[in-house]
Design a protein around this ligand. Structure first.
Ligand code: FES
Length: 119
């Protein structure tokens, strides 16, 4: 394969990538990249990036162990559905920016959001 082809393939792959800024529980920030063309949730991307997200229900909005706070870009997200709202209501501490990361679909619309983790 020629270098030009590799560069073109790399550029095409980067077209399908977004950035998410992650603050861990110790206050460390890291920007992670996520592909928009693989039907991933934010929870799956966080787990794939080795963050300690339990996600015990596997992304079905039944456990709330994927709870994150969206510190920037909350208005870029689709509103919560009833399942997410019901599960968020079970949390001992709920913030206005609380979301279930398993219910956030990785898409161009959320490029650049900043989230804060609890663990
Ligand atoms: S993984 Fe269970 S609610 Fe998100």
């Amino acid at each position: 394969m020629h270098d030009y082809t590799l560069c073109r393939n790399f550029a095409a792959a980067m077209d399908n990538m977004i950035s998410v800024i992650v603050q861990d529980s110790k206050g460390n920030f890291q920007t992670i990249e996520a592909p928009t063309d693989m039907s991933l949730s934010l929870m799956e991307v966080l787990k794939g990036s080795d963050y300690a997200i339990e996600a015990t229900c596997g992304g079905m909005a039944l456990c709330a162990t994927c709870h994150v706070r969206v510190m920037k870009g909350l208005d870029q997200l689709k509103p919560q559905n009833n399942d997410e709202l019901d599960m968020l209501d079970t949390l001992p501490t709920l913030y206005p920016e609380s979301r279930l990361s398993c219910q956030i679909h990785i898409s161009e619309e959320i490029d650049g959001i900043e989230i804060k983790l609890f663990h």
